[in-house]
Design a protein around this ligand. Structure first.
Ligand code: IPD
Ligand code: CA
Ligand code: CA
Length: 263
């Protein structure tokens, strides 16, 4: 696996896709709902995924692609080289806000994250990492994360987990919200992961994410010493949906131990 070559290829593909997304605002955007009414997809999500797949297949015919919109391969294992792609993470923001969405891409070899990318398209902010070589925000190397107390932490959490819901006990999360310095919710799991890795927030937690939401961000998070697991404290599954937390060391443990009780 020629990491340097794949890295340069992936970065230029992401930038080209970002340009396509930005100019899409000058054309008609068709919005559809998927299985659930609030799970949105547009013609642009689909076009961008097809663009990636065609280019990746031309350049690397033996690589597999696991994309949210389903134009890639049927993936039953992470053997070999697998690209895990979300062409637009934060589609609701793409539609409603025209900002705060990202391209999220992780490239894994036999289940190990080798390359990770999160491109905040409208901010033109690029977070990227090569396993073992550190993580970067644009051209700036990101420092290792230090431990933070909950009382000084800003936590990324969606308000829907702090009211009665079927996945997690909400009372311990109310305590978490009361104890921490503040909460944020950006509406793109990939951007929230990038924000944890770059120290803009201190933790991000979700009850249900897909492999393409977290694959790229996990490579970046690992390079700065952030701890990323599912809510049982295990490595998140990358073949199906799972719970998810990423946080500074120490804070991860505190949140899991004291504030998260799955139903
Ligand atoms: C969604 C976003 C959102 C998260 C959802 C994801 P999508 O991805 O990351 O922040 O809360 O669980 O499905 O559908 O916009 O690619
Ligand atoms: Ca997503
Ligand atoms: Ca998406």
């Amino acid at each position: 696996m020629n990491l340097g070559y794949i890295d340069r290829f992936a970065k230029s593909l992401i930038r080209e896709a970002g340009h396509k997304i930005r100019i899409s605002f000058y054309s008609q955007i068709d919005v559809e709902s998927k299985a659930e009414a609030n799970d949105l997809v547009t013609n642009i999500d689909k076009e961008v995924e097809r663009f990636f797949i065609q280019r990746i297949r031309d350049a690397f015919p033996d690589h597999k692609i696991f994309g949210e919109e389903g134009f890639g391969d049927q993936i039953h294992s992470l053997d070999g080289i697998v690209w895990l792609l979300d062409p637009i993470d934060g589609t609701m923001n793409f539609i409603h806000q025209k900002k705060n969405f990202a391209i999220s891409l992780g490239i894994y070899k036999d289940g190990v994250g080798m390359l990770g990318y999160i491109y905040d398209v409208m901010a033109d902010d690029f977070y990227h990492a090569v396993k073992g070589e550190g993580a970067y925000y644009n051209d700036e190397r990101l420092p290792l994360l230090e431990v933070t107390r909950l009382e000084e932490a800003v936590i990324g959490i969606n308000a829907s987990w702090v009211v009665p819901n079927r996945r997690v006990e909400h009372e311990p999360l109310i305590e978490l919200v009361a104890k921490c310095r503040g909460t944020r919710s950006y509406g793109s799991a990939a951007i929230e992961l990038a924000y944890v890795a770059s120290g803009r927030i201190d933790a991000y937690v979700s009850m249900r994410l897909a492999p393409w939401d977290i694959a790229g961000g996990m490579v970046i998070a690992q390079e700065v010493g952030a701890v990323a697991t599912n809510l049982k404290g295990e490595t998140p599954h990358l073949l199906g949906t799972d719970t998810f937390i990423v946080a500074r060391p120490g804070l991860h443990d505190n949140m899991l131990r004291n504030h998260i009780r799955l139903k």
